[in-house]
Ligand binder design. Structure first.
Ligand SMILES: NC(=O)c1ccc[n+]([C@@H]2O[C@H](COP(=O)([O-])OP(=O)(O)OC[C@H]3O[C@@H](n4cnc5c(N)ncnc54)[C@H](OP(=O)(O)O)[C@@H]3O)[C@@H](O)[C@H]2O)c1
Length: 222
């Protein structure tokens, strides 16, 4: 499978590339193609140093180009100033593409981390993405994973990630990819209209982390 990581030069992108390259062809994306290629080469070196050899590959390309030939796209970009990126990829993204959205809109207030759409009376990031990428099948997930743990790609991640999406076939594809990350368990929550629930767990986790000195917190549903 060809997996395009929009903004893949950052923390989430690095972790996902290092884990999924075992089986899949990864394209690390950036606004700057040369930065994407440099990151891809770096990740591949790191992957080969550990795995020896992999079935997949890691290449780099510009964000708006890679969405034209990827089967699955992951939006590894910050929420702030997301519109120009969505506009640039909307023109070239393939029809019915599966778009995984881990984006958490949040900020700091005097009380702690807050989920900004609730305060600004806005929709979740996933619903916003879906309204911009009208022919894509958006799957909201990965919000509660820690990039630190994700990038420790030689270790399993013993945690749950919550999933919201309207298209159950897209959920099945995304869940299989998530399960390839050892010990990670995807749990379906409901349609994309509920994505605000799972996006808002992250600021709560960060508050728990700060108040209780728990590093890189995650969740497990029992
Ligand atoms: N980090 C975590 O632990 C974590 C956990 C759960 C969910 N998330 C979510 O996952 C997403 C990615 O997080 P991250 O920590 O990987 O992000 P990051 O490292 O801060 O940034 C990822 C990449 O986004 C690109 N970027 C930065 N500003 C941009 C802009 N204004 N427009 C377009 N692209 C921009 C940059 O790539 P180029 O400069 O190469 O274009 C950067 O390398 C976020 O939405 C975050 O809420 C993160």
């Amino acid at each position: 499978m060809k997996i395009g990581l929009v903004g893949g030069t950052g923390r989430m992108g690095e972790g996902l590339a290092l884990r999924w390259c075992v089986k899949h062809d990864i394209v690390v994306g950036s606004r700057d193609a040369s930065k994407a290629v440099a990151a891809a080469q770096e990740y591949m070196k790191e992957a080969l140093a550990y795995y020896g050899k992999v079935e997949g590959s890691i290449d780099g390309d510009e964000n708006s180009r890679l969405v034209g030939y990827s089967d699955v796209v992951v939006l590894c970009i910050p929420y702030d100033n997301i519109e120009p990126t969505l506009d640039s990829i909307a023109k070239s993204i393939r029809d019915k593409s599966i778009v995984i959205c881990p984006i958490v809109p949040m900020s700091r207030s005097k009380d702690g981390f807050i989920y900004t759409p609730m305060h600004e009376h806005r929709d979740s990031a996933a619903m916003m993405v879906s309204s911009r990428l009208v022919n894509a099948r958006v799957v909201a997930t990965l919000h509660t994973i820690s990039d630190v743990k994700l990038r420790r790609f030689t270790e399993p991640i013993d945690t749950d990630v919550l999933v919201c999406a309207d298209d159950r076939d897209a959920v099945a594809v995304a869940s299989e990819l998530l399960k390839e990350i050892k010990n990670l368990r995807p749990l379906y929550v409901g349609p994309l209209s509920l994505a605000y629930q799972i996006e808002s767990v992250t600021p709560m986790l960060l508050n728990i982390s700060r108040q209780n000195s728990i590093k890189n917190p995650s969740i497990k549903i029992t």
